[in-house]
Write a protein that binds this ligand. Structure first.
Ligand code: TAP
Length: 453
């Protein structure tokens, strides 16, 4: 069996070594998940709900340990990592209410009655990226388990540690063998096998658009169900009538959160021309004030990038001579650091303006009026997130409806909330996660006609 050495991105030192599953090991896990699914779906809803609550309690009891693991593995600031562990607990708790509310319908038909059932799709393959190892795992895992599916999760090769521990906590909570398994390994081996194996009935994938396209093609061979959460190039639109102070003060958090390694990063700031200079004056101290440093410190707001090669990718977007308006700081010494960087003015043909950077780099571009702002915001193949700032309620609603994106915030930099549906328009993905309807993605509707004549 091969193994992978996990590096701490803040120190570049090895953390631990993780065995990598092979295609054969993946096949054996799929067989266990298939066998376990029959009993799991037949479990009384109240028992499935109780087991999910017990799982949430285990995560809660080990939240500090999980947060410390994420700091070491992913370089996330400890305050963010604590929030992420709490998110796993909260998402499990939220969906633990679902098994007992998984109701169908009664439809009037001639000659009898028709009832519908929501049946679990079966074994779910959950392919998780390295940027948010805990939350993204929970968004697929919790509703799938609640629906009566069994789950095989494949964390990213770079960041397997919290997912592996959460798998152990599921067993300690009493989830039966085979109901939730975590397989560390390469995407091209374990992930590919989950896509290719006919007994895996659904894939939930979050990651790059390129790999998402390959997975979609692979799923097509089996007409396999699929949810895709892919990239983004979202806009933060600031109108001149907005609270410019607040918009500028929060703009760094809309793009530099998780060092910009966030599919929802609002990495194009669009500012109405008459407020542009004022906005830039206010943005500069906000960016320079972002605390970049040791992720173990409670004061740190931004940690390192995930790997040396990813830092090289990000750096390509800021070549020598790039129009850097201002940038923040990074610590000296080891670690895959990259400073928060603001570029302006930027050509709309520049890769940094058109492509997802997935690092702490943002462009600021002026616009003239509402129509111009909407056109600029929509001038991208992506449509995942976005923010807009204005005091005009009518404009807020008009622009929010016109921007082609799945998740928008008005006068706020927040993005994903587990109570509301999350997913993308255009090339940002397919389907929705989270929110009250998330179980629809893990169930098939069956209708049964019962003759009464
Ligand atoms: P991807 O290569 O897309 O990796 C995402 C997940 O898919 C990982 O678990 C990966 O496993 C797995 N995977 C890779 N090839 C696969 C295959 N052929 N079949 C099944 N699974 C496969 O992303 P990345 O390389 O980590 O990041 C590249 C870029 O993607 C980033 O720079 C960023 O632009 C984007 N990205 C977007 C997101 C979100 S949230 N939309 C998240 C991460 C990255 P391994 O890691 O083990 O190869």
């Amino acid at each position: 069996m091969t193994s992978y050495t996990v590096l701490n991105p803040a120190t570049e030192q090895p953390v631990t070594t993780v065995p990598q599953a092979s295609a054969e090991v993946t096949d054996a896990a799929i067989a266990r998940a298939t066998a376990a699914q029959r009993a799991w779906r037949a479990n009384p809803p109240g028992e499935r709900a109780a087991l999910l609550r017990a799982f949430a309690a285990q995560v809660d009891a080990h939240a500090e340990e999980l947060a410390a693991l994420e700091v070491a593995n992913s370089g996330h600031p400890i305050s963010a990592a604590r929030w992420e562990a709490g998110q796993v607990r909260d998402v499990l708790t939220y969906y633990s209410a679902a098994p007992e509310r998984l109701t169908g319908r009664q439809i009037p038909v001639p000659g009898g009655l028709d009832v519908t059932f929501k049946e679990p799709v079966g074994v779910v393959g959950l392919i998780v990226p390295w940027n948010f190892p805990m939350p993204i795992l929970s968004w697929g895992m919790a509703p799938a388990l609640a629906a009566g599916c069994t789950v095989i999760a494949k964390p990213a090769e770079l960041t397997p540690l919290t997912a592996l521990r959460i798998g152990e906590l599921a067993s300690q909570a009493g989830l039966p063998d085979g109901v939730f398994q975590v397989l560390a390994g390469k995407g091209s081996v374990v992930g590919q096998r989950l896509v290719d194996h006919p007994d895996v009935r659904k894939i939930v994938f979050t990651g790059s658009t390129e790999v998402g396209q390959q997975i979609m093609a692979g799923c097509a061979r089996h007409v396999k169900r699929l949810t895709l959460e892919l990239g983004g190039k979202s806009a933060n639109i600031v109108f001149a009538d907005a609270d410019i102070e607040k918009a500028a003060a929060t703009a760094p958090y809309a793009v530099f959160d998780n060092a910009g390694q966030d599919c929802c990063a609002r990495s194009r700031i669009l500012v109405q021309r008459s407020a542009f200079d004022r906005f830039m004056e206010l943005l500069e101290p906000a960016v320079k004030g972002v605390q970049v440093g040791d992720p173990r410190s409670g004061r740190t707001q931004m940690g390192p990038l995930i790997s040396a090669s990813h830092r090289d990718n990000v750096a390509k977007y800021v070549p020598d001579g790039a129009p850097v308006a201002f940038r923040g700081n990074t610590p000296a010494g080891p670690g895959y650091w990259f400073p928060p960087t603001v570029l302006a003015p930027v050509s709309m043909a520049a890769p940094v303006y058109t492509e997802e950077v997935f690092g702490p780099v943002v462009t600021v571009t002026p616009f003239d009026d509402e129509a111009d702002a909407i056109a600029l915001a929509n001038d991208t193949p992506y449509g995942l997130s976005g923010s807009l700032w204005t005091r005009d309620v009518g404009r807020a609603i008009r622009v929010a409806r016109a921007v082609e994106t799945g998740n928008l915030s008005v006068n706020s930099h927040s993005s994903v909330r587990y109570w509301t549906p999350f997913g993308g328009f255009k090339q940002s993905g397919l389907g929705r996660e989270l929110g009250p309807d998330a179980l629809d993605a893990f169930t098939e509707v069956k209708n049964v006609f019962i003759a009464t004549d």
